[in-house]
Every structure is written in structure tokens, then in C-alpha cells.
Design a protein around this ligand. Structure first.
Ligand SMILES: NC(=O)c1ccc[n+]([C@@H]2O[C@H](COP(=O)([O-])OP(=O)(O)OC[C@H]3O[C@@H](n4cnc5c(N)ncnc54)[C@H](OP(=O)(O)O)[C@@H]3O)[C@@H](O)[C@H]2O)c1
Length: 361
């Protein structure tokens, strides 16, 4: 399969890095930029074992830097996705508009509006059929929050500019996307004296961006965390564990099972952790079938009313760190999956399973 190529600006940390990691894991060829060489080179070192990464240090407002980006696109044989993610908040603490220094406002617009358009113009000849452009915006583009005049006005301009570009270029898929609040350096700069550890990690916005990149949604404005979700009805199945020792439980699910830690919160009463659990489903088995599955995986009927199941891509790799907690050896089920029953903290049993590959795939 021919690798697809994406240019992600501002990929040395935050949302840009999270997206780069996701696309690298799926074999995308990546062209990445940021002004700080050290952080960008670290990203290059991290991701180059997975895919071809071209890191180009520079400022998106610099036309020479943009020429270097285009040369990399040319060498890669064209572009499938352009992500204008690099952005500036402007002055922090954020002044009200009456006090906003106009040269600082000009600088915000240079980075957040003019540079993305310059990259869209320059990349246009290299965009492959079906190419997509994602311009990362903000809720500040549509909500008139006091104190957010500089950044908010620039994101509003970015959005309207992108919408007009989409209308003028119907052959392309063009998206302007609000990623939602994220625990990043920019967010910390926006709230300099606040503890922002309760904000979601940028990883929580990635499935929405991937849905735009991989799907065929019409050009338009999207909120990354709402893409693909029904307007009404259930949006997420969340399983809440009451843990005797939350850190031990966290260590099991994060370090042994391999779930990604998304959020942490703490107050005087205690603390909580939120882990990414993949797609959520609710499996309902009657007594007889539950005992049937228990007998296959465990060799006996546990009688337990609840069990957690995690589908993994490679059971041998996933189970590598789990040696002490195994309740049985790995079994191959009558329907061809490979399953491992594990004892988790808090009296829960967990099944790690690898689904059988379908013959026609
Ligand atoms: N965090 C939030 O809560 C939030 C909410 C809504 C929207 N957003 C949007 O989400 C996007 C990502 O933000 P983030 O929170 O991930 O920010 P971040 O953590 O501060 O990361 C910004 C990235 O862009 C790079 N960058 C900044 N200015 C650049 C420039 N002029 N040229 C090239 N690279 C540049 C930074 O590296 P260098 O500094 O080394 O250049 C860094 O890699 C932005 O468009 C932001 O407006 C964020």
C-alpha cells in the first residue's frame, strides 16, 4: 500500500504531536514543523522508527520556511492532508481589546490566519485527489469571551477564510475544527495561574480528527469531540470502578493492560483517573452463556455479574507484562478468538482477547 503523506504544522507538542503520533502509528509519511529545534528533533527520534518523518524547523510566518515545507512535499510525491495546527495565543495575560497593542494583534493574525492561507496556496499544486485540509480553530472563534479578543478574532477570521476557501474549492475536503479545551502549553499560557490538570489531554480530540482525515465528511465546521456522535442519545459507555487502592488499580489498567491515561482529577475527598478504553460495547449474556464463556476462559463458572473485556491487536504482546495475575492459560475459543482471563484489582476479572482474523481479509 502506498503511504499517505500529511503536513502537520506545530507538531512538537500538544495536539499536533498527538496527531503525528496517531498517523505515524498507521504508517503515514509525515512532514512536521515547529520553531523549537530540540522538541521537534525529539519527535523525529520518537516517530522515525514507525514511519518516514521529515522535521523542518521554522516559523510558519516565514516564507522561506514555507518553501522548505513545499520542497519536502514535492519529495514525498504530493500531499494527502494539510493540518494547519500551529497557532499563537498572543500576549499572556490576555489584554482586553481597548488595551490590545496593535502590533501584537498583527502578529497573531500573521500566525493564525495569513500563514495557514499561505500554506494552502503554496500546497495547492501538490494536493492529491481527495486531499483534505484541516484548519484547527477554537470555540473562541464563535463565542465572544471577554479577554479573548485577539486570539478569538484571529480564529474567527481563520474560520471564515477557510469556509470561503471551501466554497471556492469544491474538489477538496476542507474542515475548520474546534478541538475543545486541552491540557497543553497554550492552554496553560491562557490560564497562567490555574491548575489545568482537569482539562482533557489532546489525545481525546484525535479520534475526531482521524474521522475527518479517514472519512468523507462534507467540508464544514466540526467540533472534534462530537464528530460521529448522535445529537441525542448515549455518547459514551463509561465504566466506573470504586478502587480500594486507586494507584494500584491505575497501574494495572495503564501499565499492564495498556490503557492510555486521559485525565486525572483530585480534591480534598480523593482522586480519580480516566483511561481511554477503546470502543465501548455492552455485552449481555444470560446465566447459561456466561457460564459457558467462563468455562472456556477459566475452566469453571465464576458466577461474577460483571467482567471487563479489552480487545487487543496482539494478545502475546499485550499479555507480556501480565504474568502473576493470569487466572488460566491463553485459550482459543470455539469461534477462533484467543482469550486470556486475568485477575484485576477490586475483585474484577478481565478478559484480554484477540479477535480471529477473517479469512477474506
Ligand atoms: N489547548 C487548547 O485548549 C486549545 C483549545 C482550542 C483550540 N486550540 C488550538 O489547537 C491547536 C494546537 O494547540 P495546542 O494547545 O496543542 O498548542 P501548544 O501545545 O502550544 O503547541 C503548539 C505547537 O505549535 C508550534 N508553533 C507555535 N507557533 C508556531 C509557528 N509560528 N510556527 C511553527 N510552529 C509553531 C509549537 O512549537 P514551537 O513553539 O516550538 O514553535 C508547538 O509545536 C492550535 O491551533 C490552538 O489554537 C487549543
Amino acid at each position: 500500500m502506498v503511504s499517505k503523506t500529511a503536513l502537520i504544522t506545530g507538531a512538537s507538542r500538544g495536539l499536533g504531536l498527538a496527531l503525528a503520533r496517531e498517523l505515524a502509528a498507521h504508517g503515514w509519511t509525515l512532514i512536521l514543523d515547529a520553531r523549537g529545534a530540540q522538541a521537534l528533533n525529539a519527535v523525529h527520534a520518537e516517530l522515525s522508527s514507525l514511519t518516514t518523518v521529515t522535521p523542518i524547523v521554522g516559523d510558519v510566518t516565514d516564507s522561506q520556511h514555507r518553501v522548505a515545507l513545499m520542497q519536502a512535499i514535492q519529495q514525498a510525491g504530493g500531499l494527502d492532508v494539510l493540518v494547519n495546527n500551529a497557532s499563537t495565543l498572543g500576549i499572556s495575560p490576555r489584554p482586553n481589546l481597548l488595551d490590545y497593542p496593535l502590533d501584537a494583534l498583527t502578529a497573531i493574525f500573521q500566525t493564525n490566519v495569513i500563514a495557514p492561507l499561505a500554506l494552502m496556496q503554496a500546497a495547492s499544486p501538490y494536493l492529491k485527489d481527495g486531499a483534505k485540509i484541516l484548519n484547527i480553530s477554537s470555540d473562541a472563534a464563535v463565542e465572544p469571551y471577554a479577554g479573548w479578543g485577539g486570539y478569538g478574532a484571529s480564529k474567527a477570521a481563520l474560520e471564515h477564510m477557510t469556509a470561503i476557501f471551501a466554497a471556492e474549492n469544491p474538489r477538496l475536503r476542507v474542515y475548520w475544527v474546534d478541538p475543545g479545551d486541552m491540557q497543553t502549553q497554550m492552554h496553560q499560557e491562557a490560564f497562567p495561574n490555574e491548575d489545568i490538570s482537569d482539562r482533557p489531554l489532546p489525545e481525546t480530540s484525535i479520534p475526531g480528527l482521524v474521522a475527518l482525515i479517514a472519512g468523507n465528511l462534507p467540508s464544514g465546521r466540526y467540533q472534534a469531540r462530537k464528530i460521529g456522535l448522535p445529537e441525542n442519545g448515549v455518547r459514551e459507555l463509561r465504566t466506573v470502578l470504586r478502587a480500594k487502592n486507586a494507584d494500584e488499580t491505575l497501574a494495572f489498567y495503564r501499565d499492564c493492560v495498556g490503557l492510555k491515561l486521559l485525565q486525572t482529577w483530585e480534591n480534598d475527598a480523593g482522586r480519580g483517573y480516566l483511561l481511554e478504553g477503546g470502543r465501548a460495547t455492552l455485552e449481555i449474556l444470560d446465566e447459561g452463556h456466561a457460564a459457558f464463556v467462563d468455562n472456556i476462559e477459566l475452566g469453571s463458572d465464576s458466577g461474577n455479574p460483571i467482567r471487563l473485556g479489552f480487545e487487543v491487536a496482539n494478545l502475546d504482546a499485550a499479555a507480556g507484562t501480565i504474568t502473576d495475575n493470569r487466572l488460566n492459560h491463553m485459550v482459543t475459543t470455539p469461534w477462533g478468538d484467543r482469550n486470556l482471563r486475568v485477575q484485576a484489582p477490586d475483585n474484577l476479572q478481565v478478559t484480554l482477547f484477540q479477535v480471529a482474523e477473517k479469512k477474506d481479509e
